[in-house]
Design a protein around this ligand. Structure first.
Ligand code: FES
Ligand code: FES
Length: 212
């Protein structure tokens, strides 16, 4: 990295990757924040301008479920924390915070990502979809409906991540057989053992998609 790189102006709406990486490297891993589990405000999909944050905050524009949100974020903020703590979209859950459980799965440009491992600033310019953006008004996404019909959730904590991963699994064409579904859903853990029902729900939704 040259001196010129350090002083070059950033594109107005694009966070510089190196700013994020520099800030993260300077302070080590992002501190874990307590997940907001109870009493969370309902999903607020409207666009909003946040109050300026502490010195060093980066202006970040996130597009979530079709709505634009302008935030001032610590460069180390994960996408999961931006969703849950700044935008009060609490459908994505913080399970392990380490990329191992899949509870935080969201879609970015249609592809599944573990939002606990994704920096919010690097989601700028991408289309992020959370479980809150899956239904069309009152009409559930076919996989949401199939989860209900197949009783594919028990604790509910991992369910949104399972559904988001399942949506991607179907879209990727990886729902051709129970074993294929299990393979491609292996990044999402269900400690209570609802796997059989989850596989059935994904099969159902994939079949409905093929059947039009
Ligand atoms: S919370 Fe992200 S993978 Fe577990
Ligand atoms: S439904 Fe959450 S661990 Fe099984």
């Amino acid at each position: 990295m040259t001196d010129n790189d350090e002083t070059a102006p950033a594109a107005p709406t694009q966070v510089r990757r190196r700013d994020v990486l520099k800030a993260t490297a300077a302070t080590g891993a992002a501190a874990a924040a307590a997940p907001l589990l109870a009493g969370a405000a309902p999903a607020q999909a409207q666009s909003r301008e946040r109050e300026p944050a502490a010195a060093g905050a980066l202006p970040v524009v996130l597009r979530i479920n079709g709505a634009e949100h302008r935030l001032q974020l610590d460069p180390r903020t994960t996408l999961l924390d931006a969703l849950r703590e700044h935008l009060h979209l609490t459908g994505a859950k913080k399970g392990c915070g380490l990329g191992q459980c899949g509870a935080c799965t969201v879609l970015m440009d249609g592809q599944r990502v573990k939002s606990c491992l994704s920096l919010a600033a690097l989601a700028e310019g991408r289309e992020v979809t959370t479980i809150e953006g899956l239904a069309q008004g009152e009409q559930l996404h076919p996989l949401q409906a199939a989860f209900i019909e197949r009783d594919a959730f028990q604790c509910g904590y991992c369910t949104s991540g399972q559904i988001m991963a399942g949506v991607a699994c179907i879209a990727e064409g990886h729902a051709g057989s129970p074993q294929e579904i299990r393979d491609w859903m292996s990044g999402n853990l269900c400690r209570c053992g609802a796997y059989d029902h989850i596989v059935l729900a994904i099969q159902d939704a994939a079949g409905r998609r093929q059947g039009g």
